[in-house]
Design a protein around this ligand. Sequence first.
Ligand SMILES: NC(=O)c1ccc[n+]([C@@H]2O[C@H](COP(=O)([O-])OP(=O)(O)OC[C@H]3O[C@@H](n4cnc5c(N)ncnc54)[C@H](O)[C@@H]3O)[C@@H](O)[C@H]2O)c1
Length: 321
Amino acid sequence: MKIVITGGCGFLGVGIARVLMGRGDIDAVTLFDRVVPDTLPDGLDNRVSLVAGDISVRDQVFALIDRDDIAVFHLASVVSAGGEKDFDLAMRVNFDGGLNVLEACRARDSAPKVVFASSLAVFGGDRLPETVTGMTRVTPQTTYGMTKAVGELMINDYTRKGFIDGRTARLPTVIIRPGPPNAAASGFASGVFREPLAGGEYVLPVSMETKMMVLGYRNAVAGLIGLMDADGGALGADRVVALPNNAYSVAEMIAALEAVAADKGITLGSITPKPDPATEAIVTSWPLAMDDARARALGLPADESLERVIGDYIEDFGSGK
Ligand SMILES: NC(=O)c1ccc[n+]([C@@H]2O[C@H](COP(=O)([O-])OP(=O)(O)OC[C@H]3O[C@@H](n4cnc5c(N)ncnc54)[C@H](O)[C@@H]3O)[C@@H](O)[C@H]2O)c1
């Protein structure tokens, strides 16, 4: 089987590819991205090819989906704050790009599996219940969230028509992103760990009381792969699955970081709160809990603790010092 990962050189794409290297049923993995590195990221073998291109260019996407025994992780996306800055880009990449992926899969005879990375940002506003469920109305407050909500509906309808065998993961904020931040408004939920661990000062763009719904990246990757492996028939007509999640305040995140740092003898850099109204407006519109019973019933893993997520990051990426 061939696996195509759009946005494949990003945080989750590389993480998925690394885990797939352990499987004997996969003979080719293509990481398709707007920007690809000169060499393969660590942990990937010669089954992996890097293809530079733009998801919004139909011919490029059709050239990628070139076999019937194929599954696609569709991750390429303009992210939240990026979409607020550039509406046209968000529509082109997220909407046109998503349609290209679905149409290229529809052109195959095999109804390929498509795993779509959606987001908690399909929800928003001030009328949300404490815990959003699969039956809560989607009311996105960003263009990003709107494109994700439309993507979820298209995944369900292309599946209903038999064009694809789709699955949507509704992801909470995934932590801890290594390296430079992307344009996600949720970036502070990684930066508040990553930058002090590396010894630098972190300017926190939200207040200490701000809460965020999160999932550790190891379990986010496991959840996305678990959705690919899930029995489509058993998922039924609604292919949307909210991945496991927990909400923490920034103060709780910092307390967990300090506990792990003390345990490992790491001296942390400082954290200076300097709330940014644009960032706060986006993140405080999001819900703090998604009902994840469906994911748990599918066996998709949940985080044990925030301390464990921080420990996983240090194990996989080092402290950055
Ligand atoms: N990481 C999170 O916290 C989180 C939370 C909710 C949803 N998601 C969704 O999961 C997916 C993956 O997230 P991530 O954290 O790996 O993001 P990321 O920003 O690290 O990766 C996305 C990749 O898409 C690529 N891309 C952007 N425009 C493109 C284009 N026109 N053509 C081809 N590639 C393009 C980028 O270069 C980037 O490498 C995204 O769709 C994101 O919206 C992520």
